[in-house]
Design a protein around this ligand. Structure first.
Ligand SMILES: Cc1ncc(COP(=O)(O)O)c(C=O)c1O
Length: 391
């Protein structure tokens, strides 16, 4: 299995982490070739998580924008986001590897909830590391994880967000690797995680392709998804990378949008660097210190990004744009009011880009936005921003 995407990726880890990563790579190769394993995973995704998710047409927004806007409804999955595609796969893999415990990081809490759900279903213990800032801004998800039986560990180092939660989870894994699998939440980190998570999420793009063929007889003109660590976007794009007719746009978080503000857009504003075991694009100072990131959406608030995206940017196959906090919040409100669907603030960044650029996409263009999650967890932030009138 190749550890690199072009020059990006690799496995830049302390020696203590090499054995569990090797063990994982070996198990992946063996189990994904085993029809009993893949059949069990497919069964769980269908009967437990709710796959396939629908491709929903948006009549009112389409008319306003002059395009045909369709949403891939990952928000309808059990536990509220695409993260469950990954955690069910990794939890099943961990159990087959004889592990009894999962450790995971979480930002928005969606990956933490999805890990806690998979652990409860498959009889595994779960420890979720979460930055103290995120524990506060995603309180509902913290309660859900605790109710599901997971231990939530609040991390008070550094910026107290996702980056620091990953550091804590890696530290735990170094000490507990005999019994524990690190259920990594995005298509980033040391090899083989970017490939493992991409493969588990690529069900999204495969379904989009089939559903588009059924709905209008061909591929979409454009597929758009938000990019945090990069798992929902690579999952939506992977099936189309070899099809040059389909334009692919990933949307990063530009932060507040003020000049010089902190942001979460390493593909647009970063440089190559190493963080969390991989070489990829990274927000950093001139002398290579990792910069703090910012986004109104906790799930995008990360200074790095998966290496396959860094490569797809370098080849020009995928375009990477940005949307800021205000644009995402406005898109959140627009979709809620016009279509009756409350999107996650993360996914709202992709919607914001499509809304802002619809005029350039060609009349009637068939555009798919990957709605990676639902926005129930973000109601507190929306209320703070828009006031009680909105609610
Ligand atoms: C709903 C939702 N969308 C997107 C993301 C960003 O992650 P990724 O880029 O791995 O899809 C998150 C992360 O928590 C999320 O909860």
């Amino acid at each position: 299995m190749d550890a690199y995407f072009g020059g990006f990726g690799g496995r830049y880890v302390p020696e203590l982490l090499v054995p569990p990563l090797d063990e994982l790579e070996e198990a992946m190769g063996r189990l994904f070739a085993d029809p009993t394993f893949t059949g069990e995973l497919r069964g769980l995704l269908e009967s437990y998580a709710g796959r396939p998710t629908p491709l929903t047409f948006c009549p009112t927004l389409s008319e306003r924008l002059g395009i045909e806007l369709w949403l891939k409804r990952e928000d309808l999955l059990h536990s509220g986001s695409h993260k469950i595609n990954n955690t069910l796969g990794q939890a099943l893999l961990a159990r087959r590897m004889g592990k009894t415990r999962l450790v995971a990081e979480t930002g928005a809490g969606q990956h933490g909830v999805a890990t806690a759900v998979a652990a409860a279903r498959l009889g595994l213990d779960a420890v979720i590391c979460m930055g103290a800032v995120d524990v506060e801004r995603q309180a509902v998800n913290v309660s859900r994880m605790r109710l599901l039986g997971a231990e939530v560990r609040s991390v008070t180092d550094g910026t107290r967000t996702l980056k620091d939660a990953i550091n804590e989870a890696l530290r735990d894994w170094i000490a507990t690797q005999r019994t524990t699998h690190y259920c990594f939440g995005t298509a980033a980190g040391p090899h083989p995680f970017p490939t493992l998570v991409r493969n588990l999420q690529s069900v999204i793009g495969k379904e989009i392709k089939e559903q588009a063929l059924e709905a209008w007889g061909g591929p979409p003109r454009l597929v758009c998804a938000c990019v945090g660590g990069g798992s929902n976007s690579i999952g939506a794009f992977h099936e189309f990378v070899g099809d040059p007719e389909v334009r692919l746009v990933g949307v990063e978080a530009a932060g507040t949008g003020e000049p010089g503000c902190y942001n979460s857009a390493p593909l647009n504003l970063g440089r190559p660097g190493i963080l969390h075991g991989q070489l990829s694009m990274l927000l950093q100072t001139d002398d290579g210190q990792v910069l703090p990131s910012h986004s109104v959406s906790a799930g995008l608030d990360y200074p790095g990004v998966g290496p396959e995206h860094a490569w797809l940017k370098s080849t020009g196959r995928v375009e990477y744009a940005m949307a800021n906090d205000g644009e995402a919040l406005e898109a959140f409100r627009t979709l809620t009011r016009l279509e009756g669907i409350i999107p996650a603030l993360e996914s709202s960044h992709a919607l914001a880009w499509v809304i802002g650029n619809a005029g350039t996409l060609g009349p009637g263009a068939k555009v798919v936005v990957n709605l990676s999650g639902r926005g129930d967890k973000d109601l507190g932030i929306a209320e703070e921003r828009f006031g009680e009138g909105f609610m």
